[in-house]
Design a protein around this ligand. Sequence first.
Ligand code: PDD
Length: 288
Amino acid sequence: MNSVFLNGAYLPKDQARISVDDRGFVFGDGIYEVVRIIEGRIFAWGEHAARMARGLDAVRIPFSASDVAGLEAVCNTLIADNDLQSGEATVYFQVSRGAAPRTHYFPPAGTPPTVYAAPSRFTPSRDMREKGVKAITVPDLRWARCDLKTVNLMGAVLARQAAHESGAYEALMIRDGMMMEGAATNAFAVIDGVVRTYPLSNYILPGITRQYVLDAARDVGVPVSEEPVTQAQMFAAPELFIVGTTTDVAPIVLLDGKTVGSGSPGPVTKKVQAAFLARLYGSAAVAH
Ligand code: PDD
């Protein structure tokens, strides 16, 4: 139990070691992914792998799309070795630019990337789904490549801590007066019956759940629009919700201490949530 994958080997997590010169450690110079496992099956592997390969290519870490494809077998080995064929789990993947004496520019060609994957048991929160969550707004202090899932998460860490300190689950990032996304989720508003979310750009992560939610909503006849939501519209919206790999679809019932809509999850959110969960669980028999 509790085995992880590090640079080609499977070993107990407490025996996994990386160099203090690792550029993931020193610079946050790496790309990560988090996937959901339901009854031993990886949800949306193809989409996660494509995003990871695109991110690695964008930051020029020499780990190709076919190297990323190879992580699917790693993931399946971790699922088997850690008894995760039933119930739910997540697997975290990280590829950094490897270990080398500290220079800001890239290390010598041939420096092997550090490749890590680790599973965790995961139980989705029924309360969060059914009763909703509190959120706060914070200024978006992050950089201009939020579309890349880099391990540099200082903006998200500080935002989530601010949420945590005010008893909220998520911090919604405001940039130029617009709702961008949460610290670790994509954000949606229901305005005039239309489900709205920020369009794909360099300022938000192209969330896998976001895409599934848009498709699921369309499928059940809920109109969707990828267009920015202003801060004023956010506070006037009768329904708000956030989505992500470990959040699914969570209604927001309180924003900066103000009630959203009626103060309980709204009908459009519930409809979209049900449509998404049907896709997530498919025919899985796991209780959810
Ligand atoms: N976070 N936006 C940000 C900034 C995120 O970090 C995440 C995911 C999302 C949702 O993306 P997806 O649906 O692909 O999980 C949106 C992961 C789960 C994390 O950091 O743990």
